[in-house]
Design a protein around this ligand. Structure first.
Ligand SMILES: Cc1cc2nc3c(=O)[nH]c(=O)nc-3n(C[C@H](O)[C@H](O)[C@H](O)COP(=O)(O)OP(=O)(O)OC[C@H]3O[C@@H](n4cnc5c(N)ncnc54)[C@H](O)[C@@H]3O)c2cc1C
Ligand code: SF4
Length: 337
């Protein structure tokens, strides 16, 4: 048992002060952090329980979008009536993840900062640059069936596991963070990072900062969206590959297109220049195939995960057809609240 202090601040500013303790960690739903502590991967000197902070609201923004407090649970967000009506892509992605019990405990902020599911990261007896910088990467040349095909480095080939964040990337959300140097808003594509030479850094947050809310801009996807998640089991499994698509279709033509991939890289993967080739066009298999080929042109397998490249190609085409036809993927566990 590692000893640690435990504090439960009532205000954001008190939480930020508590985070100044070296090696302190924020505790939200605890569904990832507590597991990591049990595995001896995380050994915080101080746990800052933020559950008393006033960050549990979903409210309208003046721009016509929504602000989601960092402590809104994944279930409350997915089943919120406004989210279901205006951001069904987000609701669908959340409901494709974990289990009902986990979604009840897990928070919006915690979901953004959940760690990779690389087996070696969870096993302190193995080399892992993300857990212990400079120790090596056991997944390269090791068991790497679930690992990255895009954006990996020679230091780390892990993937980022969240479903919710794939939808947030497609929606173009932003993340509000607050820390000792004040508040800032981070566009979603700048929030998570690729491993490069610093795989220990999952995102661009600085020490002492906490997420206060996620801001959803207004989007015009109507019925033309889908979250397609391909996994080994139909529920309670992380994505091998997932695709979030949001389209604006007018007079049979695609006016706007957003396509984000999950399970393939160290962050939700979007190729915005490639999305341009879909705009002004009619839904068509050869167009969707060319788009998938363009997005996956830099893809590189690690051996056991080579299958993911073709899987991603087919998933992109299928998801684009689902979205264009207005027949989004039904999440099998949607009836379980
Ligand atoms: C068995 C299992 C299956 C799962 N399946 C899926 C799945 O299919 N898809 C999926 O997307 N997820 C899945 N998850 C992951 C789950 O969604 C995450 O564990 C959860 O979202 C984390 O939220 P939390 O509030 O519990 O975070 P915590 O465990 O409390 O925290 C996670 C991390 O975020 C930090 N943190 C939390 N809140 C903040 C904040 N406001 N500001 C700054 N830092 C913060 C913590 O310090 C910690 O480092 C699964 C989890 C388990 C255990
Ligand atoms: S892929 Fe990343 S997380 Fe996994 S062992 Fe290598 S360095 Fe660690």
């Amino acid at each position: 048992m590692n000893r640690f202090d435990y504090v439960r601040p009532d205000t954001v500013s008190d939480a930020i002060k508590a985070l100044a303790t070296p090696s302190s960690r924020i505790l939200a739903g605890g569904t990832n952090l507590v597991d990591l502590m049990k595995y001896d991967v995380e050994k915080p000197a101080c746990l800052v329980d933020i559950n008393r902070l006033p960050l549990k609201e979903i409210s309208e923004t003046t721009e016509g979008g929504l602000r989601v407090g960092a402590l809104v649970s994944n279930s409350d967000l997915a089943w919120n009536k406004t989210v279901q009506a205006r951001y069904p892509l987000l609701a669908s992605a959340i409901l494709a993840g974990a289990s009902a019990q986990l979604r009840n405990a897990a928070t919006t902020g915690g979901n953004l900062l959940q760690r990779t599911r690389c087996y070696y990261f969870y096993d302190p007896s193995t080399a892992c640059n993300k857990r212990e910088p400079g120790s090596g990467c056991s997944a390269i040349g090791g068991v790497n069936r679930i690992h990255a095909i895009l954006g990996a480095s020679d230091q780390c080939i892990a993937v980022y596991p969240s479903d919710m964040c794939v939808a947030l990337a497609a929606i173009g959300a932003s993340v509000d963070v607050e820390g000792p140097n004040g508040k800032r808003s981070v566009p979603f594509h700048d929030f998570h990072r690729l491993p490069g030479s610093e795989p220990q850094r999952d995102n661009t947050m600085s020490t002492g900062e906490l997420i206060t809310s996620i801001v959803l801009p207004p989007v015009d996807f109507g019925i033309n969206h889908t979250y397609l998640k391909i996994r080994d089991r139909l529920s309670y499994a992380f994505a091998l590959v997932s695709v979030a698509v949001g389209l604006t279709v007018k007079a049979d033509k695609i006016e706007d297109a957003r396509v984000a991939l999950g399970g393939v890289a160290h962050k939700p993967w979007r190729d915005e220049p490639a999305e341009e080739m879909l705009k002004g066009e009619k839904a068509d298999t050869s167009l969707f195939s060319r788009f998938a080929d363009t997005v996956l042109a830099p893809a590189k397998g690690q051996g056991a995960n080579d299958f993911k490249i073709d899987l991603a190609r087919r998933a992109i085409v299928r998801a684009l057809h689902q979205a264009a036809a207005g027949t989004p993927q039904d999440q099998s566990n949607k009836s379980v609240q």
